[in-house]
Design a binder for this molecule. Sequence first.
Ligand SMILES: Nc1ncnc2c1ncn2[C@@H]1O[C@H](COP(=O)(O)OP(=O)(O)OP(=O)(O)O)[C@@H](O)[C@H]1O
Length: 831
Amino acid sequence: MADEGKNYVSTEACDVLESASFLSVEGKPSPLESTVLPNTEEQQVYEPLKVFLRVRPFSIAELESHESQGCVTIEDAQTVILSAPKESSAMKNSERGIGHAVHSFTFSQVFGPETTQSEFFEGSMKDIIKAYVNGVNGLVFAYGVTNAGKTFTIQGTSKDLGILPRSLDVIFKHIRGRHYLKMNFKPYLSNDVKKLEDEQIKQEEALKTAILASLKEETESSSNTIANFCDVKLDPSNCASDNHPSNSLENFVLLDIHKTNMHQRTQASVWISFCEIYNEYVYDLLSISSTSKSQRRRVLRICEDQGGNCYIKDLKWINVQSTEEACRLLKIGNKNRSFACTRMNEQSSRSHSIFSIRLLKLTDEHQPRVLGVSELSFCDLAGSERCNKTHVFGDRLKEAGNINNSLHILGKCIAALKQNQNPKMKPSYIPFRESKLTRLFQPFFCGKGKACMIVNINQHTSTYDETLHVMKFSAIARQVIQTILPKNFGYFPPKMVGGDGKPIMHFDANTSVGDFADSTEISAEEEVDITILSHEDLLKAAEDLKEKLAAERRSKLLLEVKIRKEMAEAMFRQLLETEEAWSNRLEDMKDSYEEKLESKFEMYKEAIKKHAYMCAMEQIEDHYVPIEEFLAEQEKVEDRERKILQLERQLDEQSGRLLALGSLSSDIPSTENNMEQDLLDSTLKRANEGLQKQCKEKEELIKSLKFKIQKLNETLLEANEGYRKMAEENSQLKHTIMLKDQEMNSLQNWAKRVLELEETVSSLQKELEVQKKNFFAEESKQQKPRRGLLANLKSTVASTASTPLGKGWGKYEEASPCSRKQGLLPHKAKE
Ligand SMILES: Nc1ncnc2c1ncn2[C@@H]1O[C@H](COP(=O)(O)OP(=O)(O)OP(=O)(O)O)[C@@H](O)[C@H]1O
């Protein structure tokens, strides 16, 4: 890998890691120990996950069985080449064209088979212990196939100590003289501290004594094959048994101690815990009950505090005063650990074991205060293996399944972590919660600590394919960049609780007491290892679980509904806010654009003005005439005008004379001088031009007038035509009027005649009346015959009928009496 050895730690942060040490060496205050505490607000550090490869040497038996086929070749301090042996699947695949037969892998450092425990410790643990004593949590996990040397690397043997006892030794040496021996401050939950009452301290001491005593009983009663750590003499000669320079912390951790910036003298208290994850159940390896095989082991729960930090509830934390004590406890734990004899390893770890050391940093006072807590965990993972190769069944098969599953999830987490580092890739879910192991590892991979991976391989041809798988896994892990949060000592300020578990002190001013009260475990429920239950109990347990599941689902559903509602409301609010923000922004943009436009407009206006001004100035410059010159020229012009006027007058006179003289004028010799003649000519010319101009104007005028006249003529013609028509109509009307007049006249005549006739009729009637009277008078006097009167009447009527009126009358003689009364009507109808 190209970035091999590249350190992502910023110089500043690196300096802090290099220099700051929170405890003095061998109890002696360092030169600067009385200065300040390490700055806990340093920037966060990015560094690639350190992956060390350790190749196990062949055992004598293996050498005798000619295991070696040269599968593993160490190229250099960082590179190793794996060549597939003939019978391996990798070789078969490569022959089929799938994959390669040779693979090259790069590590932070490769430790060959000849590497001693001391060399390995020095080469791999330096940084992590340095960071640990400065408050950075650390995780060291050994990964590899079964029988690859993981346990050997972590724990070692009594003669050849592994990294764990060596680390303990370094830590104790480091705190020598500053070791806080009282047990009244105890680690609590994930990162807190509990202040114990006297009674509790006594209980604590009794428990420790009991656990340690159990080892004594055991060692007396039975022999064991595990490294007898209690016999370990952890003096420098032991540690440097391989003739290597001393591995004490002074040698590599506190080289720059003189740079420390600590203000305060401090002391430390060391607590350890040891647990295993077996078949996905967590067991306390330091539990007294667990030492008795007949008793059922208590399953521990992984809980989370309010900060989401995982911790194992009820896991025992034992105060240790020395490396020897810690190693005794390690041995006790090992005895409780699930080992089994597999085909590959006589003492094969069937579980993942986690040994943790918590360092409590306290002030060096009569009433000490806790300054911080840091944790260093060593995880010896169970060996990865293929079930078919190990020929396992029953419990072993189940174990293998669980081991492989948790390792598979660890692989998935590491792959997801690597993928999430790539900003171009879609962030993927990291399945930390899918196994107990990854749940406990999560904080270390999420910035709350520094992780380090040890890959153990053997050179067996029989396990080549598994080894290749392990190497591929490590190649991915190698690419993970760790983000280490900037708290140097612990990631959250520790809280302190009293013996009753209630907070008594807060180290973080920002954290309230209320917050703390909730930071207890999520559930106090205890898990039971169901594999040891009877069939009936299992059924009952299944029923219980079903009920619990249903209840849980219901509550979760309600919670989901509530959360969804809250989220919807929050989103709606956010949308509204966003909308408002955008509309405000839009308004602002509009305003700013308007302002810009206005200012541009003003700018252009100014530019145009300027340009016009410049042009004007240029013109003025071009046409500039001094005032004296101008006045002189003006005078000259006026003078000439006067002369022209004079000449014009003269011309008028002359032309008047010329006209008077007529044709003779040509013969009259000119008396004028040449100058006058010229002036005259020019005047004439100008006058001529003026006349021509006037003529042109007049012509134009005439043209327009002609056009107008033409228009008027046309209008006149139209008017004439109209007039003619009107006249015709008029004559027709006159004729009609005349006819009407005639009719009127005739009617008047008729009316006159009617009047005459009426008069005649009335006179006749009168006469008739008179005649009647006379007749009746005579008749009464003479009684003359009626024939005579009628004859007279007839003669009268006959005389009347001879007149024109009488003739007309006669025509109607035969009409009815009614018609006679109406008189004139028949005549009118005739007319
Ligand atoms: N570097 C080494 N030098 C000498 N012996 C070693 C080395 N590494 C491992 N061994 C020996 O190899 C054997 C197997 O080692 P170990 O038990 O540590 O393997 P393991 O990987 O922990 O196996 P498992 O996963 O099955 O528990 C042990 O006897 C151990 O002493």
